[in-house]
Ligand binder design. Structure first.
Ligand SMILES: Nc1ncnc2c1ncn2[C@@H]1O[C@H](COP(=O)(O)OP(=O)(O)OP(=O)(O)O)[C@@H](O)[C@H]1O
Ligand SMILES: [Mg+2]
Length: 273
């Protein structure tokens, strides 16, 4: 339990350092925790280390130092199938070359729950169906994954992650190709899953989606966690300017549900440079 919010900690990344071979980029001392019932929005400029941090969190690459624990256990010491029953990870560039039907791509998410040769039972098929329904992609079930549009693919990939029935979602820009309705639908779904006891980390460049749907935000900059806190304390012009640079305005939202971020077009004609 965490005294600050009384929700159980499901997942912890602690003091992680990491370097790619022959590269200048360094992830340094990165930490975050995910709590049952909460969404963590992960934001930060291009190249700040969000995807690298999520890859390590998902167990794809071991950190140079530091630890990653899920339900209190070291994820690097867990068998892969067991880890996949706890962690649902969606990479930023997922499944681009998948040559399967959408339904088959979703069914692959069931693999960690199947026995032996990986045959799907009635319960597995039901979970696959339910996951596709939740992400609004049942109508795509018999389409080739490679023939789908960018946003359609993202819905199918999310269904595949949900079919894992994980406790923790680690999603890297899962809505980057979605239209605004699908983005809202997606974030409402993640929030609903969290109210059912899951925890989620969602990377996005959409600061408004992040701030309106997240309980907390993690702001990355140059391989470090620059800020970790509630959206209303983090989404300010000065913090965003020091993370991203100029061109960002922050307004009070019209509905009392947090600040709104808008692009600043700069001075208009006749208003100077
Ligand atoms: N395999 C790799 N080898 C060497 N350097 C890499 C590798 N993958 C990423 N990097 C570098 O590490 C840094 C962090 O990359 P990362 O993908 O984590 O950024 P990001 O915050 O997810 O950015 P974006 O918002 O563009 O997705 C970048 O400078 C990137 O060029
Ligand atoms: Mg990335």
């Amino acid at each position: 339990m965490n005294a600050a919010n009384a929700s159980p900690v499901l997942f912890q990344v602690r003091d992680v350092d990491f370097a790619y071979p022959r590269a200048l980029f360094r992830l340094a001392g990165a930490s975050f925790s995910l709590y049952a019932g909460q969404v963590l929005g992960v934001i930060g400029p291009n190249g700040s280390g969000k995807s690298t941090l999520l890859k390590i969190a998902a167990g794809l690459v071991p950190p140079g130092s530091g630890s990653v624990t899920a339900l209190g256990r070291d994820i690097f010491a867990m068998p892969r199938r067991e880890r996949a029953r706890i962690l649902g990870y969606l990479p930023q560039q997922a499944g681009v070359h998948l040559d399967f039907l959408a339904r088959e791509a979703v069914a692959m998410g069931r693999y960690p729950h199947t026995r032996g040769a990986g045959f799907l039972g009635a319960k597995d098929l039901e979970v696959v169906e339910r996951s596709m329904e939740a992400t609004d992609c049942l109508n795509l079930a018999d389409r080739l994954f490679s023939s789908l549009s960018g946003g359609e693919r993202q819905r199918v990939l999310l269904a595949s992650v949900l079919a894992q029935e994980p406790r923790v979602l680690l999603l890297d820009e899962p809505t980057s190709a979605m239209d605004i309705h699908q983005q809202v639908r997606f974030f409402r779904l993640v929030r609903k899953l969290c109210t059912q006891g899951l925890a989620a980390a969602v990377v996005t460049h959409d600061l408004n989606l992040a701030s309106r749907f997240s309980d907390r935000l993690l702001l990355m900059k140059d391989g470090r966690v620059m800020e970790d806190g509630p959206p209303e304390s983090l989404i300010t012009e000065s913090i965003l300017a020091s993370a991203y640079g100029s061109g960002i305005r922050v307004l009070d939202g019209p509905d009392g549900r947090g600040p709104l971020v808008i692009p600043d077009p700069g001075p208009g004609e006749g208003e100077g440079a």
